[in-house]
Design a protein around this ligand. Sequence first.
Ligand SMILES: Nc1ncnc2c1ncn2[C@@H]1O[C@H](COP(=O)(O)OP(=O)(O)OP(=O)(O)O)[C@@H](O)[C@H]1O
Ligand SMILES: [Mg+2]
Length: 368
Amino acid sequence: MADVRAPHGGAVHPPAPATGNGAGDGDRIDVYLAGTVFLDLVFTGLEGSPSPGTECYATGLGASPGGVATVAVALARLGLRVRLAALFGDDMAGDYLWHTLAEVEAVDLRASRRVPGWSTPVTVSLAYHQDRSMVTHSATPPGGPPDGEHLPVAARGCFAYLGPRGRPWLGRARELGIPVFADVGWDGSGEWPATVLQGLAPADVFLPNAVEAMAYTRTTSARAALAGLSRRLTLAVVKCGPLGAIATEAGGPVLHEPALVVEAADPTGAGDVFDAAFIYASLAGWPLQRRLRFAVLCSGLSVRHHGGAMSAPTWADIAAFHERVLADGADGEVRRWAFLAECLPGGDAGGRPGPVPVRHRFAGAPRE
Ligand SMILES: Nc1ncnc2c1ncn2[C@@H]1O[C@H](COP(=O)(O)OP(=O)(O)OP(=O)(O)O)[C@@H](O)[C@H]1O
Ligand SMILES: [Mg+2]
């Protein structure tokens, strides 16, 4: 990968304060992202999904930025300077998302725009037992989605979801020598068209989940899918939910990192948090196994809570996890997570964690 630097070499860690959406040192961007942002409304504590003609009462309700904003927030909470190119309607959802991303999570929105008269995409998620049902409204914006507008030439990485229409700006990023990280979403049509994988050409790293990876490579196991993907690009990662993740780089061995053992409340957005942590670790120049480990850690911490972006861990969460590992004193676990000491306050490398942002309140599901 081009342009990787040590975590405490100055550029990534400790980060300069992000400038929100306005004046300042706006070209010092670590990661640039473009895509669709949703307002996610999550109702929790339901007995089940409502049957026709009835009303259910939820015991909890949370609001959170979703879609590509989940990756943006997870990156920003790790202290990276993040610029997001997305469209926001001039409605209430757009107001909430714009304010939350720019002012609360310190995501740089100067490449984003408000679109008068367009409805900001919204997903309502009903969570019950271990399952959930979702309803989404997402109209095509006039003029189409942002396509690499204001791509900062000095960005240290960029991220996008691949789609059937390709992402021409990723080719431009690659020409500029900016490492390209790509993920993909669920194909509701069930077609999983091969054209999506053609869009991988400019990508350095691809991070689908196992179901998506198997569907696109027409294989029947995560390992076979990984092998298929690794013939197309330098570094392929396949996320395997509660089984962790596997990866292979430049024809090297397949590495596996088991998932964190946690009580999972809601896996929504875990894949996006994984992507963000993997990008952080890649920019830090860590070896592949450690990159996987850090991504498994951050995504594992996120599934303990409801919501996507809302549950992305901060350095305070990571420090609390590390303290618990040390307090438990299990040799294998202490060794497994020893590298965290380098990036936590007072660590061996003298690093400082990124800023700890204010969390969104999540009524009915208090955090520990
Ligand atoms: N039940 C779980 N327990 C612990 N870790 C989990 C669990 N589910 C997911 N994870 C972590 O999150 C990572 C990503 O999850 P997953 O494979 O479900 O991605 P995804 O399907 O892309 O997620 P999403 O689309 O909901 O964002 C896994 O590699 C794992 O590390
Ligand atoms: Mg995913």
